[in-house]
Structure formats: C-alpha cells, structure tokens
Design a protein around this ligand. Structure first.
Ligand code: GLN
Length: 306
C-alpha cells in the first residue's frame, strides 16, 4: 500500500480538476442550487492521528444524506436488531427518493439509506428522544470532535417547502402503520439532519468510529458494538450510494455514503476515513468528481476491501 497520502491527494486533485463543469448541482432543493459549483476538497483522517487535505476541505457544506449514517447509528445502537422489523437491508436498485417498491412491499423500505428508510430511522429517534434535534446535533459534534457543527436553517426550510416526495413517502408508510409519530414532526427533524453543515475534515473525523470497530477515537466512548459497526459498514457497501452502489463497489471498493450536497465519505476498516466534496452531481445524485477521486485514491494507494 502506498501511504504517501499528501502526494496522492495532490495528484488526484490535479487529475480530476478538469472534470469541473461536467455535473450539475442538485436543483430540486432550491437552497442547494445556489451553491457555487466550482468547489472541491478532500480530507483524510487516519486512526493513527494524521490528517491530510487538498482544496476546499475547510468549507462547510450541506451533508444531506450522509446524515442518514448518523441517525441509523443512533437508532441501531439503542434498539438493536429490532430495527430490522421496520426497515430492510437490501439494495433497492432505485433512486433514493423512489416510491415504487414501497407500495408492493407493504411500507417496509428496502434499507436505511433510501429516503423512506431514513425517515423510519428518524421516526424511531422521535419516539426515543425528548429533543431529537439537540440529540442529533450533539451526537455529530461528539463524533466530529467539533462543537461548532450546526444546522443551516435556510437549507432546512428550503427543503421543507419543496419536499413533496418525502411527504408522499412518509404518508404512504404511515398508512401501512410503519410511522409512529406525527409525519410533519418527523419530516422537520429529517430536513434538519440533512441540513447539517460540515466540512471534509469534520466528516472524515465523524466517520472514523466506523473504521475503529465502533469506538469514537476522540473520546474513546463505544458508539456501536464491533458487530453493529460491521453491519453499518456492510449497509454502506451495498446501499450507501443508492443506484450507484454497484458502480461504487466496482470502481472504488470501499464502504461509503453520498449526499446530494456533493459529499462522499468512505472508510478503510482499521485505517482511515476519507471525505470528498464537489457539488456537481451525476444523474444518480452522486458527486461526479467525488466518485472519480475515490476511484483514483484506491487505485493509487492500492487499498480496497476486496
Ligand atoms: N435531503 C435530500 C432528500 O431527502 C437527501 C437526498 C440525498 O442526499 N441523497 O431528498
């Protein structure tokens, strides 16, 4: 394995910069359409304590669906295996906001990372926590070791005003009895978790517990059992990039999670976490440069879980 990470990041940055302009920023959430598309950063955090970066790694962005890993972790850590009676663990092969399987599969989403599955996790959290928003924010602050992480209210309200598909998904699940709480309350928490603002370093630090068998390396608290951490990684591997998950496994070969804000985080078990951010997306909602950068990263370093 080539561990000259700084040199590798510099090379990747230079080789992928010409791809700027080939993707499109998410426009279905109006606040995301206003983001400057020509931004691009990468951060690596190793378990041995080294950090590396290139480009706009210190610029906060909307983490969007990357937040689904945090809420899944919070719920799975508390309810354990009982979670799987309300959400599956199979890839969907469909877009993240698709309604098609939900009707025929009786309101049980395929996995916790498509929007329907994430809404079930958020519903669980609303049942468990007296102040779910505060809980999520504090949890992410602890994992990222950054007490400054916060929600962007303008992104949350922009999504609330246009989130008709998410409203359809949650109402359909409510009709099947798979949502316990008030749908507007759950949607409000979901839109806020997606509107968390973090930079590449924050996210690389926040995912390191998944490379560390479930232990937060910053304060040494156990977040998940080793078995649970393994399962979250397995879910990221098979469903973390929705209908791009096969392509991501094929070209990158690491457990990862994407968001329509243009971030992708991936981990190498027992070694490191890496976050790439570039807001221009491909047609499946994955950061176009992010995917290419991670492919180059595993190719140049020679690491892959396969
Ligand atoms: N907030 C977005 C949505 O619900 C998250 C989607 C994503 O990042 N894939 O549509």
């Amino acid at each position: 394995m080539n561990t000259n990470f700084q040199r590798i990041l510099d090379e990747i940055y230079e080789e992928t910069l010409p791809l700027l302009g080939q993707g499109k920023v998410a426009s279905y959430i109006p606040a995301l359409a206003e983001v400057n598309p020509a931004q691009y950063g990468i951060a690596i955090q190793t378990l041995s304590g080294e950090a590396y970066q290139v480009g706009d790694a210190n610029t906060p962005f909307s983490i969007q669906s990357i937040s689904k890993v945090f809420t899944l972790t919070m719920v799975f850590g508390r309810v354990g295996e009982a979670l799987w009676s309300r959400v599956g663990r199979e890839p969907s092969g469909n877009a993240f906001n698709s309604l098609v399987q939900l009707e025929t599969e009786n309101g049980i989403p395929r996995n916790p990372f498509i929007n329907a599955g994430a809404l079930v996790c958020t519903d669980h959290l609303v049942s468990l926590a007296s102040d779910p928003l505060l809980n999520i924010r504090n949890f992410v602050r602890e994992l990222s070791n950054n007490p400054g992480v916060n929600f962007d209210e303008s992104v949350a309200s922009s999504e609330r005003q246009t989130g008709f598909r998410n409203a359809a998904l949650i109402n359909l699940m409510k009709s099947f009895g798979n949502i316990e709480n008030d749908v507007d309350e759950v949607l409000n928490i979901y839109f806020h978790q997606c509107a968390l603002m973090m930079n590449c370093h924050d996210l690389a630090r926040a995912f390191l517990f998944l490379a560390n068998q479930g232990v937060n390396p910053w304060d040494h608290t156990r977040i998940l059992t080793p078995s649970q951490a393994k399962r979250v990684n397995a879910l990221m591997q098979v469903c973390g990039l929705y209908d791009d998950s096969g392509e991501f496994a094929f070209t990158v070969g690491l457990p990862g999670k994407s968001g329509v804000g243009g971030g992708i985080v991936a981990i190498i078990p027992n070694q490191l976490s890496i976050c790439v951010w570039s807001p221009e997306l491909n047609s499946r909602g994955t950061s176009l440069i992010g995917m290419k950068a991670l492919e180059l990263f595993t190719t140049k370093t020679g690491v892959s879980i396969f």
